[in-house]
Design a protein around this ligand. Structure first.
Ligand code: PMP
Length: 362
């Protein structure tokens, strides 16, 4: 097989080689069952074991306390944009949203359709190139949750320390940095993430939810959308995405073998620093779209070259030498290197070396 390109795709994105190999074997036959992972019942003992192992491994990795349930849902992160207000926005209550980019604004728009929602703070005016200051943000009366996006996949910002909102439940979209660093789960009402960046393939959404808060959710909505129903049924109320959950379990096992979340966070920091250094020492040839280090993402590093033509040439030349999917999101342009957990340090070293060479020859 030809050498794999280094996969800088923003999502679905790179998976570790041992995960791909084990998953491919399971597509033919699970060792202890003799049948493919694609053809076993979600009510079989074999799948029970797969689901429980995935859940337990995530619980260990993230230090999820007993106060919180771990759910495997469908509908992606956008499904959560709707499910959160559906469950928690009753008439007369409000959801507060910290608007740090396209994804958080879509989440706010969706909540606005279903109930009353408002932007607690926004960095839209700054083109989302920084995080908003929350020091003077005051919650409206009747606010029942605050929604944040921990990492902004498109604009390349990330909360290094996630804000807190006292007793008001904090809902956090961690789609693009879940399990990339230690997080105190006990501080959240709900953490959710489409798995397809740091946690596995597309098709399953992780939701880690405070049980006490979950029990106060609405019960006058369709049962399929009630978190409590999925929790009571162990995420098998409807047929779950069996294969995606299986692969999430493999990713979690792989991450444990890497030393866990704290260990991978150190590697992630090193990887990001390599790229930010290459940008900041380029004499202005590369310009970071996020100026302040404290706001810069460790997952999606975004920058521009002096012209759109050079951006294009950079992406094309990089692809030729096996550095794939570096084109920035169409809203931002330029370059975006998505360097999730599974992207190895050597891949980033190759990109940093290419950046030096490209600058020297252009
Ligand atoms: N939130 C964030 C932070 C994202 O990066 C994405 C996808 N790129 C989404 C939400 C939407 O995810 P999905 O496609 O799973 O709905």
């Amino acid at each position: 097989m030809a050498q794999r390109p280094v996969n800088f795709s923003p999502g679905p994105s790179i998976l570790a080689q041992p995960v791909l190999e084990e998953a491919s074997r399971a597509v033919v036959a699970l060792e202890d069952v003799g049948l493919s992972i694609l053809e076993i019942s979600h009510r079989s003992p074999a799948f029970d074991k797969i689901l429980n192992t995935a859940r337990d491994t995530i619980r260990r990795l993230m230090g999820v306390p007993d106060t919180h349930d771990i759910l495997f849902l469908q509908g992606g992160a956008r499904g959560q944009f709707a499910q959160v207000p559906l469950n928690f926005l009753a008439p007369g209550t409000k959801g507060a949203y910290v608007d740090t980019g396209a994804w958080s604004s879509y989440a706010l728009d969706e909540a606005d359709v279903l109930g009353e929602a408002y932007a607690l703070a926004s960095s839209k005016e700054a083109g989302y190139g920084a995080l908003p200051d929350l020091s003077s943000a005051a919650l409206d009366e009747g606010t029942v949750y605050v929604h944040t996006t921990s990492n902004n996949t498109i604009y390349g910002t990330q909360w290094r320390t996630l804000p807190g909102f006292g007793d008001v439940p904090h809902v956090c979209d961690m789609s693009s940095d879940i399990m990339s660093r230690p997080v105190d789960v006990s501080k959240f009402g709900l953490i959710y993430a489409g798995a397809q960046k740091n946690a596995g393939p597309a098709g399953v959404t992780l939701a880690i939810i405070d049980k006490a808060w979950m029990s106060r959710g609405r019960d006058d909505i369709p049962s399929i959308w009630q978190y409590r129903v999925q929790a009571n049924k162990g995420s098998t109320y409807n047929t779950p995405p069996v294969f995606a959950i299986y692969v999430v379990g493999l990713v979690a096992k792989w991450l444990e073998a890497q030393g866990g979340v704290a260990a991978i966070a150190e590697v992630n920091e090193k990887k990001a620093q390599l790229l930010y250094d290459a940008i900041d020492t380029s004499g202005g040839f590369y310009q970071a779209t996020v100026a302040e280090d404290a706001h810069r993402s460790r997952m999606n590093v975004t920058w521009r070259l002096p012209s759109a033509d050079l951006d294009k040439a950079f992406v094309a030349r990089a692809a030729e030498i096996g550095l794939a999917s570096l084109k920035g999101h169409r809203k931002v342009g330029g370059i975006r290197a998505s360097i999730y957990n599974a992207l190895p340090l050597e891949g980033v070293e190759r990109l940093a070396a290419f950046m030096k060479k490209f600058r020297a020859t252009h």
